[in-house]
Design a protein around this ligand. Structure first.
Ligand code: URA
Length: 259
């Protein structure tokens, strides 16, 4: 592996900073100062020191998972089925989910063993956008949209939500759109909904409060019946990944997350 990649993956810093450290002579390989970032090292046998301290290597892994509805975002649970039922044990040592999706929410969930990565994506002050596609009972007029964009109150003793983006795409009656919704297990209550107004759209938020999208839409009189996360930062869910499946992120995709 390249020396700069090794140091970046070992949480010494971003690739471009790490290259500077190497050029400045802050990195030793087997006791020798190395100033060439692209040099190949063997991460299993070479001793790499940065700023006088040996760097312990853990290979960082990043996966995109297409979460199905009906599973909770947790490693273990005594009652519910968890997303880890879909994940290969050997690959998942030390791996955790980046944030959570509700049991009935589908879509883009990231998995990693890199705590720094999680912090950069999930900390509210980092303002990383997460976009959700929703179907809800109810309707959204311009006033509601403005409220959602500016911030709404979603709970007693809670601050207003941060500015969000809302794009309402379709309005109509439930029975007209039933075939477009991907909702499972709705048949029991289906007939009660037939003539109800429905709205679908995309809501983009930068926070990650519990049930935030559902509570924001509830604050303007809408009841979410389907929710799917479709993007984080500049990264879209790869729709070719079937529900319950996952694959490693490419380097380009990791960069896109932070765009
Ligand atoms: N907002 C919600 O209400 N639920 C989720 O799963 C994610 C965001």
């Amino acid at each position: 592996m390249r020396l700069d990649k090794f140091l970046a993956q070992s949480s010494i810093g971003r690739r471009k900073n790490v290259r500077i450290y190497i050029k400045e002579g802050m990195v030793n390989v087997n006791g020798e100062v190395i100033t060439e970032p692209a040099i190949e090292i063997d991460e299993n046998s070479d001793i790499i020191e940065y700023d006088g301290k040996v760097v312990a290597y853990t290979k960082k892994v990043y996966y995109m998972f297409n979460k199905p509805s009906g599973y909770i975002t947790a490693r273990i649970d005594t009652v519910n089925k968890t997303i880890f039922e879909f994940l290969n044990d050997a690959q998942m040592k030390g791996v955790f989910h980046v944030g959570r999706l509700d049991k009935d929410t589908e879509g883009l969930l990231l998995l990693t063993n890199d705590g720094e990565f999680e912090h950069k994506l999930m900390h509210p002050q980092k303002h990383v956008e997460k976009t959700y596609c929703f179907w809800a009972l109810g309707s959204l007029d311009d006033k509601d949209k403005k409220k959602l964009e500016q911030g709404v109150c979603i709970g007693k003793d809670e601050a207003q939500t941060k500015p969000a983006k809302i794009e309402a795409i379709k309005y109509g009656i439930y029975k007209e759109f039933r075939h477009e919704m991907f909702i499972e297990n709705l048949n029991d209550i289906d007939s009660y909904l037939h003539n109800q107004p429905v709205v679908s759209g995309h809501l983009t938020i930068t926070e990650g409060r519990k049930h935030q999208v559902k509570r924001m839409l509830k604050a303007v009189g809408c009841h979410v019946i389907y929710l799917k996360r479709i993007s984080i930062g500049g990264l879209m869910l790869d729709e070719s990944i079937k529900k319950g499946h996952y694959r490693p992120l490419t380097e380009l995709e990791i960069e896109k997350l932070f765009e």
